[in-house]
Ligand binder design. Structure first.
Ligand code: COA
Length: 205
């Protein structure tokens, strides 16, 4: 009973810390937590994707994008809409959606722990790539982690995904481990990490 009270109290602390950090990051970009944008000079032009915390209804398009863009060819659909929805509600997770109008054009899911944050999933629609959107999604979450006092970010990527490995390297991630058979025992993963401590607060990434 005592332990469960402790766990609930800790969960509430982490929840408010992460949500406050996410809200703070959103505010810095002229967005509010409900996804509405304040009308300021910082507003992006209409063809630029806005970043907002995902809503429960976004779980379906995000899961479909994961299956099509991240998990293609794997026997198991790991990131179903039910699992994504759990992360939308999880106090220790942030699901970030990029939108053009109502369409979800990209997303990223990060779990936050006391010592490290884990980038679970990231994808950008093919027609929206190489325009900096993947970088914006990752930097937004890194900034939230940093504000929350979590300075290490880790992730796993399919060993055959040369494009994503190139992308993460370009963002300062180092390949630190090979995990044989990590995906359904048929494909290896590469673990990559980035230490955010080296960054100055005024450095864009
Ligand atoms: C990986 C991914 C998210 C990158 O998104 P993006 O919006 O195209 O990325 P950016 O435009 O921010 O790219 C930033 C830099 O990363 C590197 N990069 C991006 N795509 C790359 C590719 N296909 N090959 C090599 N380097 C790449 C480049 O240095 C790029 O800068 P540049 O365009 O000025 O050369 C996108 O390719 C994707 O959704 N892939 C499928 C899903 C996936 O693999 N997710 C990651 C594993 S969970």
């Amino acid at each position: 009973m005592l332990m469960s009270t402790f766990v609930q109290a800790r969960a509430r602390t982490v929840y408010s810390r992460i949500r406050a950090a996410a809200a703070c990051t959103a505010a810095a970009r002229g967005e509010d937590r409900g996804g509405r944008k304040e009308q300021t000079k910082l507003d992006a032009p209409p063809n630029i994707d806005s970043l907002t915390l995902a809503r429960p209804l976004d779980a379906v398009p995000i899961a479909l994008m994961s299956r099509r863009l991240v998990e293609a060819g794997l026997p198991t659909w790991a990131w179903t809409s039910r699992r994504v929805a759990r992360h939308v509600h999880d106090p220790d997770s942030v699901v970030l959606a990029a939108r053009r109008g109502e369409e979800v054009t990209g997303f990223a899911i990060m779990g936050f722990g006391d010592e490290a944050a884990h980038l679970n999933l990231l994808a950008v629609e093919p027609r929206c790539r190489r325009a900096g959107l993947g970088t914006r999604l990752v930097r937004w979450l890194e900034e939230s982690a940093r504000i929350a006092g979590t300075f290490e970010v880790s992730l796993e990527v399919r060993a055959t995904n040369a494009a994503a490995r190139g992308f993460y390297k370009a963002l300062g991630y180092a390949e630190v481990d090979l995990l044989p058979g990590y995906y359904d025992r048929i494909e290896d993963a590469i673990r990559m990490t980035r230490d955010l401590r080296a960054l100055r607060i005024d450095q864009p990434g």
